[in-house]
Design a protein around this ligand. Structure first.
Ligand SMILES: [Zn+2]
Length: 118
């Protein structure tokens, strides 16, 4: 179990934290819990920041679902769906400059530095 977890950012619906031991990111959001390596987090962050709610809301305009913005998972048959307000919160959570986080929490020698250059 991770017992050296530092909170990085927080919103009313979620919290992003980083474990200093295993260097994994933990993202809690409503009833969802993600765990990422540095590289996985970088990809997730990129995906979230590039999400365009307008595109998805238009694409699924006539679909009978209230949450229209998909976030795929590693499990092929599982896609997480979000609404615009939730996506905005996710963007706020992941937007933290990872490089500063590392300066603060982990010495540069601990990680492959190239992984977190943006
Ligand atoms: Zn850990």
């Amino acid at each position: 179990m991770c017992n050296n977890v530092k909170s990085i950012s927080k919103t009313s619906q979620g919290e992003l934290s980083l474990c200093k031991n295993c260097k994994h990111f933990h993202l809690e959001f409503n009833n969802i819990y993600f765990e990422f390596t540095v590289n996985e987090f970088k990809q997730f962050k990129q995906y979230i920041l590039n999400l365009e709610p307008d595109f998805w809301e238009c694409k699924y305009a006539s679909a009978g679902i209230t949450k229209k913005i998909p976030i795929p998972t590693l499990q092929d048959n599982l896609v997480l769906m979000f609404n615009r307000q939730e996506v905005n919160q996710l963007k706020t959570l992941v937007k933290q400059p990872v490089i500063n986080v590392y300066d603060k929490l982990i010495t540069v020698d601990d990680v492959d530095y190239t992984l977190i250059l943006n």
